[in-house]
Every structure is written in C-alpha cells, then in structure tokens.
Design a protein around this ligand. Structure first.
Ligand code: HEC
Ligand code: HEC
Length: 220
C-alpha cells in the first residue's frame, strides 16, 4: 500500500490527523447528539452554553493561520482528556473566593474513529466565520423546558426533555426524591461539580426550571 501523505501537526496526545480518513458527515451527526447540548457552534446550529463557544475558541487560531489539522488535534486532545482531574469543593468552601467549581467536560464522550470524525468536523467549521454570539440566558424567558434544554441537558438525563447528559445524576432516577426546594437550592448554589446558576439565571428562571424538573422527572 502506498504511504498516505499524513498531516501530522502538534504533539502530545493528538496523534495523527488525516483529512482524507475522516467522515465529517458522521462527525456532524455525533456533534449534534453528543456535543451540541454544551457548546455553541454556528455551522451545526448548536447553541449550548455550558462549555465554551467553539467558534470563538478557534476564531483567533484561524486568523493566525493554523491549519485544520492543528485544530483537529486540539479537539481530539480535549475529547480524550476532557477537563482532566476533577476538582471538587465542599459546600462550605463555595463561598471562598476562587473556589467555585470549574465546569467539567467528561473525557471519552466519543472514542476511536467517531472521535476522529467529530474532531475533523469541528476543525472544518469552528470559527470559520469568525466570532459568533452565544445565546443570552435572558432570552430564554421563564419557559422551564427551554431553560433546561439550554442550561442543564448537557449534564443530566431527563427523558421529557430528550436529555442524555451523564456528568450529573439521572434526574428521572432521582425523580421522587426531588422536592422543589432541593432543586432550587441546587441550581442556585451548585454542588461540588455542578456550577451555581445564581449569576446566570434570574430568580424567576431558576424557579421555572426547578418547577419543570419537579413536574416531569421520573414521569416518562
Ligand atoms: C457536559 C458538557 C460538555 C459536553 C457534552 C462536551 N463538552 Fe466540550 N467542553 C465543556 C467544558 C465545560 C469545556 C471547558 C473546560 C475544559 O476545557 O475542560 C469544554 C471544552 C471543550 C474544548 C476546548 C475549547 C477551548 O476553549 O479550548 C473543545 C474543543 C471541546 N470542548 C469540544 C467538545 C466536543 C467535540 C464534544 C463532543 C464530543 C464536547 N466538547 C462535549 C463541556 C462539554
Ligand atoms: C456541568 C454539568 C452540570 C450542569 C450544567 C448542571 N448540572 Fe445539575 N448536577 C451536576 C452534578 C455533577 C450533580 C451532582 C452534585 C454535584 O456534585 O454537583 C448535579 C446535581 C443536580 C441535582 C440533584 C441535587 C440533589 O440534591 O440530589 C439536581 C436537581 C440538578 N443537578 C439539577 C440541575 C438543573 C435544573 C440544571 C440546569 C439549570 C443543572 N442541574 C445543570 C452537573 C450539572
């Protein structure tokens, strides 16, 4: 077999990225099902805000002349390593300045060829039109279901919202144990890994999403 021309860029864990081997169509489908709930990416019509806006993460790299293969390796590293070791804090530590939990991306959400495909897809589109706007949480209003899909679905499973996140507990399983007060407190103040939403959502929005979770968790 003739040796393929390999575009090897960067180092570390990225490995070898070859544009010809990646199926970006498969990559886009995986992005929509696995990444879109946490990330904004204009080309995929993805508007998640739990993680960084991926257009904005790579827009500057584009203007600095980085090749798609370089970006692909950065994305592959992120998929393989996730956020790295998870820092957790006790409730008591939360008030201390600087000790808010960093929002986490789990490692190995996708593996093997699927990881290569989704990385190649992201590399082919992220930041291609420069910086893009992320959804302002204020525009979500007080529709609990809409707020849940935008702010919570990336991390939690909840059948009624079509959410399959696995970073946090399955809310359908917790269902009967969740009182409105528990949900409101959790969303307002966060947990050891879950970020607090008190600065991101209004009191009325927190109430609305809590009411929504209470009304649907474990009922489907
Ligand atoms: C549960 C939410 C969540 C999911 C799902 C998720 N991410 Fe992330 N992602 C994050 C968070 C939070 C960060 C920022 C923290 C960090 O860098 O670890 C991040 C960071 C990144 C970065 C680095 C961006 C930068 O600024 O350097 C890339 C690239 C990335 N994610 C790609 C993906 C891809 C591709 C998928 C799907 C396979 C995915 N993410 C799924 C939450 C998520
Ligand atoms: C970055 C991931 C992440 C996001 C985003 C997130 N959660 Fe969580 N959630 C978690 C984790 C992890 C836990 C387990 C407790 C902990 O360590 O924080 C949790 C716990 C919970 C609990 C259980 C509390 C209990 O006492 O058992 C509820 C309810 C909850 N989350 C609701 C929500 C709602 C509603 C949203 C959106 C407004 C949301 N979460 C957004 C990760 C997340």
């Amino acid at each position: 077999m003739a040796a393929a021309a390999l575009l090897v860029a960067g180092c570390g864990y990225g490995g070898v990225a070859t544009a010809s081997e990646a199926d970006t169509q498969n990559g886009q489908a995986i992005f929509s099902s696995t990444c879109a709930s946490c990330h904004t990416l204009q080309a995929a019509a993805a508007s998640g805000t739990i993680g960084p806006n991926l257009d904005n993460a790579f827009a500057t790299d584009r203007t600095q002349g980085y090749a798609n293969a370089d970006i692909e390796n950065v994305v592959l590293d992120q998929i393989r390593l996730g956020s790295g070791p998870i820092a957790t804090y006790t409730k008591a530590e939360h008030g201390v300045k600087g000790l808010t939990p960093q929002t986490q991306m789990p490692a190995h959400l996708v593996t093997g060829q699927n990881a290569v495909d989704v990385a190649a897809y992201v590399a082919s589109v992220a930041g291609i039109n420069g910086f893009t706007k992320s959804v302002n949480p204020a525009t979500l209003g007080t529709d609990g279901g809409k707020i849940f899909k935008a702010e919570c679905a990336g991390c939690h499973t909840l059948a009624a919202a079509g959410a399959h996140g696995t970073t946090g507990p399955n809310l359908d399983q917790l269902g009967p144990k969740l009182t409105l007060a528990i949900i409101v407190r959790q969303v307002t103040s966060g947990g050891s890994i879950m970020p607090p939403f008190s600065g991101k959502l209004s009191t009325a929005q927190i109430q609305a999403v809590a009411q929504y979770v209470k009304s649907v968790a474990g009922k489907k």
